[in-house]
Design a protein around this ligand. Sequence first.
Ligand code: CTP
Length: 400
Amino acid sequence: MLKGKKILLGVCGSIAAYKSALLIRLLVKAGCEVRVIMTSSAKTFITPLTLSTLSKNPVVSSFEKNDQGQWENHVEMGLWADMFLIAPASANTIAKMAHGLCDNLLLATYLSAKCPVMIAPAMDLDMYKHPATLQNLKTLQSFGHQVLDAEHGELASGLVGEGRMAEPEEIVAQVESHFSKKKRFEGKQVLITAGPTYEKIDPVRFIGNHSSGKMGLALAHTMASEGADVELIAGPGNYSIDSDSITLIRVSSADEMLHAVEERYSKTDIAIFAAAVADYRPVSPAEEKIKKAGESMTIELVKNKDIAAEMGKRKSKNQINVGFALETEKEEQHAQEKLAKKNFDLIVLNSLNDNGAGFSVDTNKITIFSVDQKPKHFELKSKQKVAEDIVDCIHEKITA
Ligand code: CTP
């Protein structure tokens, strides 16, 4: 499965750098071609000679000429790789990657690389748990990178906790799974709605909701990483996309979202309706800013078209529609009703009664209902992992 895969391994300054030697051996044994970039502090933990001997390639670490007198070309290395694996990834390098800093060859290559990126953090437990590190790891996940969980155990400091780099065998298994999964959605056209919609009251005010778009974004990245061609139709939100397989179509109102979906739906194989679409909009938005007047005011609202339900009517037998239901009471009943009413094949339920589920958090706890299968309950997880569970269920559905 890994035969011929080109793995660019980034090694940072961490005691776990000694595991890089075994990691390279396992990758080479599995048939990979491995090239290594070390940060200068990594060289204080393990020698370039060890890693170049095992990888059978020169190891590079600076912009200066290498032993063969050649200039190290970070752009060429970034384009060469099928995957950039950073293991161990130190807190320092993780922070620099998250913020686009570029003061060494590893970071310049990271910024130039077009391939998937996998990160295996390694650090002391308090560094790993620090809000700054957690935020940086989330940022890297939001770029679509796969972040492997650090393991629990004894650390170099003598403390016991989470922070140990995943074992080389586990990292290789994740690399294998990345490449084996990658093709599951190749050739598939996937449409995803995400985020809130803003319904205009006047030029400065709108009716909206707290949806962040994170769930739709995580789904877009997961589908793209598995080979799908993704069109993400997103309401207002503060993120950008860095993937050639995802086209971001920005909309504001429910009506704009409907038109963007209508235009593309017939060419879609899988549609995922993750947006929190406003059910109503002001009948006639004011042209000028509404001035404060009486003690109360009334805004007359009119119903928006239900995008998912409309597409449910147009669905052909080769198309799959997936919906979401965010409920606060009678959750299962409402989810099952929406599944039938909107002609979904699957519906993802999250309940606001579950701690950690909902709009503005990075985690979610879901149950997936299907027209022809028993409900599947999942634990509380990061939205990225939740996206992977949803994508697995969609895959089951299309291959059933
Ligand atoms: N949806 C949509 N267009 C709308 C409203 C909802 O596409 N105008 C989609 C959502 O993206 C989601 C599903 O329909 O996939 C259910 O959304 P939800 O707001 O829970 O459903 P409603 O039918 O609006 O029901 P409720 O009365 O609970 O708001």
